[in-house]
Design a protein around this ligand. Structure first.
Ligand code: F6R
Length: 614
C-alpha cells in the first residue's frame, strides 16, 4: 500500500522514479505523482488512477531533465483518490515537495495551527500538514535534514516521508516511523524505496532503516540519524533475488506465476532445516530450548489468508506439541484484553511483514511480556525486526495482491515451528519428527501434480462463469481450506463465496442451498475414518437439495463418486498435509474465473498488497 521512490544520481530521475513506481504497483494504489528538482522550484505532475494516467499527463506536458526526484503511488486513506489529494504535496511556492505513506494521527491539530498561521490547504490529506510544517521550519534554517528532523518530532502516527527541496539540490531526505523505507546504495547514485523492488533494477545493495530514523541521500553519500540528529545504527544487506524474480516471466499474471512457483516455495521453505544429526534447526529462532519449554500457550495472530494458515497450523501444533493454541485475527487481538504472559508464545504470520494490524498486535503482546515469533516472507520488514524470533518463509517476492505461495509456505513454516517445539519439549521422538519432515518433502511433487492437472479446474470455471454464489465446505484442516477457497473467489472474482465447517451446515447455512448452487467440498483422507464418513453425509445432504457438488478427494476414495457432479482428485497425503495440495485447485479456479470475468487478477479492486493502516 502506497509506494515511494526517491533518487539522486547521474541518471534522469524521472525514468528511475517511474520505473520504481511501476515495480511497486503490486502494493496497490489509486493515484500517482512525481516531483523533480528544477532550478529554484520543484516541477511536478500527479494524477488519479493508474500509472498509465500519469504517463499520459507527462506525454502532454513533459517535465524538465533532472537528476533528483521523488515519486509516489497512493492508496487513499484521508481524502478520495483525486488529482488534488495525490502526492507529492508542495508548499505555496513549489519549493519543497513531500510524499508520504501512513497516517499522521495529529494532523487535525497541526492543520488548525498552520491555518491560524496563514497556510492555505489545497487537499483533504493528512500529508499536506507535513509540507507546510517543513516550509515553516525552512524559514528558520536552511539545512533540509535538520528541518525534516524538527518536523518529525512534531508528528504522531505512522509515516514514511520522502522530501525534495529545490534550494537543497542533489539531496533527498527520508524519514520513517512504523512504516517501511529502505535505502539502495549505488555507484554515484543512491535510492530510497518502500521496498527493494523500487531500485532492484539498479542495485542489490540495501540498507535497512530502524524506527524513528532520518536518512539523507546524495549521489555519493548516505547519512542516517535519529529524529534528534544523533548518528544511527543501520544494517546493510544484499538482496538475494534479482529483477527477473519480480517480473512476470512470460506469464499473463503474477498470480499464475506464483501459483506455479509453489512447489519451489514449499521446497525452499523446508531447505536446510535439519542439522547433520537430523535435528531440526531454525536459523533465527533466537529463543533457547529452555525458553521454549516454558511456553504453555500459543496464540497465532494474523490477517486474511495468513490467518487461515494459522488455523491450519493449530491442528498440527496442538497435535504434535500438546500446547493449547488459539488463532486470532490480529485486528481483534489487542482490543479484547487477552490473557497473556511470559509463558505465552505469540506467533505472528505475515507475508509482507508490514501489515499494520499484525504489527500493532505484536507490539501489544510484547508490552504484555509475551514472547513473539514471526513467520514472514519479507526480509528486513518491520514485523520480524520487532519480534523475538523469526522463521522466514522462502517463497520469493509475492507480487499479486492475492496470496498463494505465501499461504502454502506459511503453513509449512508453522509446521516447522510445531515440530521444533515438539523437539524442544521432548514430546516427539527424533525419528517421528524426521518422518514428518520426509512427508513434507514429498509435498512439492503433489502440488506440482495439482498444477499440471489445472485444466480440469479451468474448464470448470468456464462452465460456472455466470454463477454469482459459491459455497465451500471442509472439516478439520479442510475447514480453513474452505475459508481460503472462498476468500480467493471473493477477492478475485467479486462473487459471493463463503466457507463453512461442514458440521455447521445444519445449524443454518444449509438454508442457502438451492438447485444448481456450486459447492466445493474438501474430503479428508480416508485414514481419518470418522471425518471422511461425516463429510460424505454432508455431501449427500446438499446434493439432495440440488447443490452442484465439486468434490476434492484423495486418489482411490470412490465412496464420494455417486454424490459428486465433479471429482477433483488429490494425491494421497497425511491428513495434516492435505491443505498444501487441496488449496491449489481452489486458487486456480478463482484466478481463472476472475480472468474470464475480465478482472485485473493481480490487483483486485479496492485491495492493497501491503496493508499498512489499521
Ligand atoms: C488474501 C490476502 C490477504 C493477506 C492479508 C495479510 O489473498 O493476500 O488476506 O493474507 O492482508 O497480509 P500479510 O500476510 O502480508 O500480513
Amino acid at each position: 500500500m502506497c509506494g515511494i521512490v526517491g533518487y539522486v544520481g547521474h541518471r534522469q530521475a524521472l525514468d528511475v522514479v517511474m520505473g520504481g513506481l511501476r515495480r511497486l504497483e503490486y502494493r496497490g494504489y489509486d493515484s500517482t505523482g512525481v516531483g523533480l528538482v528544477d532550478g529554484d522550484r520543484i516541477a511536478w505532475a500527479k494524477k488519479a488512477g493508474k500509472l498509465a494516467n500519469l504517463d499520459a499527463v507527462l506525454e502532454g506536458n513533459a517535465l524538465p531533465a533532472s537528476t533528483t526526484g521523488i515519486g509516489h503511488t497512493r492508496w487513499a486513506t484521508h481524502g478520495a483518490p483525486t488529482d488534488a489529494n495525490a502526492h507529492p504535496h508542495l508548499d505555496a511556492a513549489d519549493r519543497v515537495a513531500v510524499v508520504h505513506n501512513g497516517i499522521i494521527e495529529n494532523f487535525m491539530v497541526l492543520r488548525a495551527e498552520l491555518e491560524a498561521a496563514g497556510y492555505e490547504f489545497l487537499s483533504e490529506t493528512d500529508t499536506e500538514v507535513v509540507v507546510h510544517l517543513l516550509h515553516r521550519e525552512l524559514q528558520q534554517q536552511d539545512d533540509l535534514s535538520e528541518a525534516v528532523r524538527a518536523v518529525c518530532r512534531r508528528l504522531e502516527g505512522a509515516f514514511t516521508l520522502v522530501f525534495a527541496d529545490a534550494l537543497n539540490p542533489g539531496v533527498v531526505v527520508g524519514a520513517r516511523r512504523n512504516s517501511p523505507l529502505v535505502v539502495g546504495r549505488g555507484e554515484g547514485e543512491n535510492f530510497l524505496g518502500s521496498d527493494v523492488a523500487a531500485f532492484i533494477d539498479y542495485t542489490a545493495e540495501a540498507i535497512e532503516l530502524g524506527q524513528d530514523q532520518v536518512v539523507t541521500i546524495t549521489a555519493d553519500a548516505i547519512d542516517v540519524t535519529d529524529f534528534h540528529g544523533n548518528p544511527a545504527e543501520t544494517t546493510a544487506y544484499t538482496v538475494d533475488w534479482d529483477v527477473t524474480a519480480a517480473e512476470k516471466g512470460g506469464y499473463e499474471w503474477f498470480m499464475t506465476k506464483e501459483i506455479e512457483e509453489q512447489p519451489k516455495a514449499v521446497a525452499d521453505t523446508l531447505l536446510g532445516r535439519l542439522d547433520q544429526d537430523g535435528h531440526l534447526q531454525l536459523d533465527e529462532m533466537r529463543l533457547t530450548d529452555d525458553e521454549l519449554r516454558e511456553i504453555d500457550k500459543i496464540i497465532v495472530i494474523a490477517c486474511g489468508t495468513a490467518s487461515y494458515a494459522g488455523l491450519v497450523a493449530k491442528y498440527a501444533i496442538e497435535h504434535w506439541t500438546r500446547i493449547p493454541c488459539e488463532v486470532e485475527l490480529a485486528s481483534e487481538f489487542r482490543y479484547r484484553d487477552p490473557i497473556i504472559d511470559r509463558s505465552t508464545l505469540v506467533v505472528a504470520i505475515s507475508q509482507s511483514g508490514e501489515t499494520m494490524d499484525t504489527l500493532m498486535a505484536i507490539r501489544y503482546a510484547r508490552q504484555q511480556r509475551a514472547r513473539v515469533l514471526s513467520i514472514c516472507n519479507t526480509n528486513g520488514s518491520t514485523i520480524p525486526r520487532e519480534s523475538d524470533a523469526v522463521i522466514y518463509t522462502h517463497a520469493g517476492p509475492e507480487v499479486a495482491v492475492a496470496s498463494t505461495k505465501g499461504f502454502l509456505s506459511q503453513v509449512v513454516a508453522c509446521y516447522l515451528l510445531g515440530l521444533y517445539l515438539a523437539q524442544a519439549k521432548g514430546v516427539k521422538y527424533g525419528d517421528e519428527i524426521s518422518s514428518i519432515i520426509d512427508e513434507l518433502h514429498q509435498v512439492p511433487a503433489g502440488i506440482q501434480r495439482m498444477i499440471d492437472e489445472g485444466d480440469q479446474v479451468r474448464k470448470l470455471a468456464a462452465e460456472l462463469v455466470d454463477r454469482r454464489s459459491f459455497l465451500f465446505l471442509g472439516r478439520h484442516v479442510g475447514f480453513p481450506v474452505a475459508l481460503e477457497g472462498a476468500l480467493k473467489l471473493k477477492e478475485l472474482a467479486y462473487v459471493h463465496a463463503e466457507g463453512f465447517a461442514a458440521g455447521e451446515l445444519k445449524h443454518g447455512p444449509i438454508a442457502l442451498v438451492e438447485k444448481g448452487l456450486p459447492m466445493f467440498v474438501v474430503v479428508p483422507p480416508r485414514a481419518r475414518d470418522q471425518l471422511q464418513e461425516k463429510i460424505l453425509s454432508n455431501i449427500q445432504e446438499v446434493r439432495a437439495r440440488g447443490a452442484y457438488t465439486i468434490v476434492l478427494v484423495e486418489d482411490g476414495d470412490d465412496s464420494v463418486v455417486p454424490f459428486a457432479d465433479v471429482v477433483i482428485r488429490l494425491p494421497k497425503v497425511p491428513t495434516l498435509l492435505q491443505p498444501l495440495v487441496a488449496t491449489v485447485p481452489l486458487q486456480i479456479f478463482a484466478c481463472e474465473l476472475a480472468e474470464l470475468l475480465g478482472h485485473d487478477v493481480d490487483q483486485p479492486r479496492n485491495l492493497a498488497k501491503s496493508v499498512t493502516v489499521e
